[in-house]
Structure formats: structure tokens, C-alpha cells
Design a protein around this ligand. Structure first.
Ligand code: UD1
Ligand code: CA
Length: 432
């Protein structure tokens, strides 16, 4: 861990066209910047995030999840640019890895390749068919000579396809020497971090390129990039879980949050979405179900079911068009068309089609407690707060407004009236 990390995240992210700071836009359930921090935390105990635009908002978001990260506020008016971003930061270790906050796909393995390179400065380089927008890297004899920003390129330099991906591993000594010496005499009037390369080369330091994958190092600048990065990350997440024993049908149609977790043998059908830190164990999630921050063990859900936050289902079978919210179900069957919210339901209980827990009276939410081996008939409303004790029967179509004691039948029904001959009378179809 003898490596400091600095993550540049002061930029405005104008192309996102968003009130949310760019690095807080989420990919697979986590802000972009957090993905970068996760990769950084695996290799460093000294991490600094450089901020400026919406400083407080980003700082608070990061600090709430990453207790040990340091923050540096860039003087972006006085010293704009990636070189300005590093002014005044103190690093604990002799080597510094410089990352961008908008590179959510970067992996620890690639970062280690940069930090393992034997050089005073190792920089990430991508060979791109279309290099436009990037700084061009002048390489000679396996050594980097210079980085020229596109806006400062000669027409010949524009044709260079090796571009700067923007990640560097550099000896601290070089930063201490060159950052204060940068000038902003260039097309953008910015302090370019990239200028330290030429300075280092002139002083005889060894600067090497490390060729990296575009897919990992491409920065996210627009919502199009964001969607693309999420697609790539989804592919990674799905492959990782399949390798762990999760069966997926038409995996390209399945969305899995990076915080979700699978245990045992699971089967996920097409179109399923899993949001938040779900825990799914030995379960079968059928097509087009949506699972949010829930625990599902030893059972099946769906197709087209929605399991919402705070739900904990074990040994249960949830069928189509059933919504469960903040409920604990153990050994329960709810096969069709129900809403179970703020409920606790016990072993062996069957919930008939169209059962609704009326958990909200317009002001507050209340609990529905249903015991073991209860038979809830179809089209039942359970008006909470209400307790249905063990081994009871609720007759179909009942509206239950009082507690039901163990062993009882609850039945509420308007008497059925049958009026003979009414049809023909009503539609004026007299007997012919
Ligand atoms: C920079 C490189 C360019 C490289 C490209 C790769 C320089 C001068 N140029 O381009 O060679 O091809 O990255 O993406 O470094 N940032 C700050 N403070 C600032 C400006 C930027 O923290 O004042 C941060 C941004 O938030 C972003 C990162 O630095 O995370 C890169 O900034 P960006 O403007 O995207 O890069 P360029 O300067 O265009
Ligand atoms: Ca820029």
C-alpha cells in the first residue's frame, strides 16, 4: 500500500446537462465516483478526491460512504485545468496514482499494471481509430516524449492515434517539482497536468506508456457515455455471477445492481431487474420481476412480481402480479394479484388471489399480522392494523376490520340476491 491515489473530480461535466454533479450519476446502483473509489481502496490507504464544482454536495456524498478519504478543493478560478487540480495536495507515499472520477469501469488489475511499471512516470495510453478530443501521445523508442492537447496539436500531430487516457502513476518528487512550475500558456489557458511529461523527459526521467483497454479507461462525459458504461458494467456483473453458479436466461435483458448478492444456486429469467443490496439465495426469479432491496431465500418469485424494499421472503412462492413491500413471509404461497405491505405472514399460509393489505389510511401505515396455516380466500381486504391468528379461514370477498382469533372463520358478505327474469326486463327484450 505504498501508493497514494488522487482522483480528479472538479470538472463541471457540462455535457451531462444535469443539476447532479457528473461523478454522482449512478452506474448499476452506485455513483461513478464510488466505483473509482472502490478500485482505489484496494490498492491505497491514502486517497484524495479533488473537487470544486458543487464541492459540498459531492464531499458529503463521498464522506458518508468512505470515511478515510481526503478532500482537496481546487482553486479552479485561479488555477484551472488538470495541473491546477493537483496544486497544494500533500501525499503520504512516494508514488502517486492519478485517476479521473468519471472512469467507473477502471479495474484494480489495470491500475496495478500502471503502478508496477518500472518508470518515474507511467501513463495510460489507448490506441484509438478516432483519436479526436484526446491529448496525443508522442512515443519514441518505447518512451513517452510529450503529450500534446488536441487544441494545441499541429495538423501532423492530429493524425497520431495513441492518446492519453488520463491515468498516471508518478513519483511524488516529480509532482513536487513540476506542478508549481506549470504555465497556462496554451490554447485553453489552463494548467495542463500533461505538461509535466515534457518537463520530466527534459530532466532525464523515464516516462513510459502503458497500453490499456478503451472499454475500461474511457471517461463518461454525456448521458450516452453513461448508458454505454452501464451496459459494459452490467455485462461484467452478470458474467461474474454466472461464474459463481447463477443461471441466467437471456442475460442481456437482466439488470443487476452492483450491490446485489447471490448465494447457492439461483435461476434468473429474462427481463428481471434487481435493484439495491438484495440478497438472493437458492431462489428462482421468473421473467420480468422487479426486486428492490429485498432478501429472498429458498423460493420462487414471479413472473411479473414486484418485491419492494424491506421484504424478507423465505421458503415462499410468489406468483404473477403480486407486490410485496416491507413484509416478512415464511413458507407462504401468494400465487396471484395481491398487495402485501407491512405484513408478517407465517408458515403454511395461503394468500388467495386479489388479497390486499389495506396498510395505509391516508395518514399512517399499519401492520397486518397473519399467523400459520391461515387460508385467506380470494378478494379479501385486510384493514390494518389487524391480526389474523393461526389456523383461521378468511372467506373469499371478506373485508376484515377486526382481529380474528385462532381456529375461527371470518366472513363478511352482503347477502346475495337473485332476481329471476331481470335480464329481459332490463333490456326490454319481452318474450316473443
Ligand atoms: C485530459 C488530458 C488529455 C486526455 C484526457 C483523457 C489534460 C490537460 N489533458 O483532457 O490529454 O486525453 O484527459 O480523458 O490533462 N478536472 C479537474 N479540474 C480541472 C479540470 C479537470 O479536476 O480543472 C478533472 C475532471 O473532473 C475530469 C479529469 O480532470 O475528471 C479530466 O478532465 P477533462 O476536462 O475531462 O479532460 P481534458 O482536460 O479534456
Ligand atoms: Ca478540459
Amino acid at each position: 500500500m505504498s501508493l497514494s491515489v488522487v482522483i480528479l473530480a472538479a470538472g463541471k461535466g457540462t455535457r451531462m446537462k444535469s443539476a447532479t454533479p457528473k461523478v454522482l450519476h449512478e452506474i448499476s446502483g452506485k455513483p461513478m465516483l464510488f466505483h473509482v473509489l472502490d478500485a482505489a481502496e484496494k490498492i491505497s490507504d491514502d486517497i484524495t478526491v479533488v473537487l470544486h464544482h458543487q464541492f459540498e454536495r459531492v464531499r458529503e456524498a463521498v464522506a458518508s460512504s468512505y470515511k478515510k478519504v481526503h478532500f482537496h478543493r481546487q482553486d479552479a478560478e485561479g488555477f484551472p485545468g488538470t495541473g491546477g487540480a493537483l496544486r497544494g495536495i500533500e501525499f503520504r507515499h512516494d508514488r502517486v496514482l492519478i485517476l479521473n472520477g468519471d472512469m467507473p469501469l477502471v479495474t484494480t488489475a489495470s491500475l496495478l499494471r500502471l503502478s508496477d511499471a518500472r518508470a518515474d512516470l507511467a501513463m495510460s495510453v489507448i490506441d484509438l481509430e478516432d483519436p479526436s478530443g484526446y491529448g496525443r501521445v508522442l512515443i519514441d523508442g518505447g518512451r513517452v516524449q510529450e503529450i500534446v492537447e488536441e487544441k494545441d496539436c499541429t495538423s501532423e500531430q492530429r493524425h497520431i492515434h495513441s492518446v492519453n487516457a488520463g491515468v498516471y502513476c508518478v513519483r511524488r518528487e516529480l509532482l513536487e517539482r513540476y506542478i508549481p512550475a506549470l504555465s497556462n500558456d496554451n490554447a485553453q489557458g489552463e494548467y495542463y497536468l500533461t505538461d509535466i511529461v515534457k518537463m520530466a523527459v527534459e530532466d532525464g526521467y523515464k516516462v513510459v506508456p502503458v497500453f490499456v483497454e478503451e472499454a475500461e479507461f474511457k471517461g463518461v462525459n454525456s448521458r450516452i457515455d453513461l448508458a454505454h458504461a452501464e451496459e459494459l458494467m452490467q455485462r461484467r456483473i452478470r458474467r461474474a455471477w454466472m461464474a459463481e453458479g447463477v443461471t441466467m436466461h437471456l442475460p442481456e435483458t437482466i439488470y443487476i445492481d452492483c450491490r446485489a448478492e447471490f448465494l447457492g444456486e439461483c435461476e434468473i429469467e429474462s427481463g428481471v431487474q434487481i435493484h439495491g443490496p438484495c440478497r438472493i439465495e437458492n431462489a428462482h426469479i421468473k421473467a420480468h420481476s422487479v426486486i428492490e432491496e429485498a432478501v429472498i431465500r429458498d423460493g420462487s418469485v414471479g413472473p411479473m412480481a414486484r418485491i419492494r424494499p424491506g421484504s424478507n421472503l423465505s421458503r415462499s412462492h410468489i406468483g404473477n402480479f403480486v407486490e410485496v413491500k416491507k413484509s416478512m413471509l415464511k413458507g407462504v404461497k401468494a400465487g396471484h394479484l395481491s398487495y402485501l405491505g407491512d405484513a408478517e405472514i407465517g408458515e403454511g399460509t395461503n394468500i388467495g388471489a386479489g388479497t390486499i393489505t389495506c396498510n395505509y389510511d391516508g395518514k399512517a401505515k399499519y401492520k397486518t399480522l397473519i399467523g400459520r396455516n391461515v387460508f385467506v380466500g380470494s378478494d379479501t381486504q385486510l384493514v390494518a392494523p389487524v391480526t389474523i391468528e393461526d389456523e383461521t379461514i378468511i372467506a373469499a370477498g371478506s373485508t376484515v376490520t377486526r382481529d380474528v382469533p385462532s381456529g375461527a372463520l371470518a366472513i363478511s358478505r352482503a347477502p346475495l340476491k337473485i332476481v329471476e327474469g331481470f335480464y329481459r326486463k332490463f333490456f326490454n327484450k319481452g318474450r316473443t
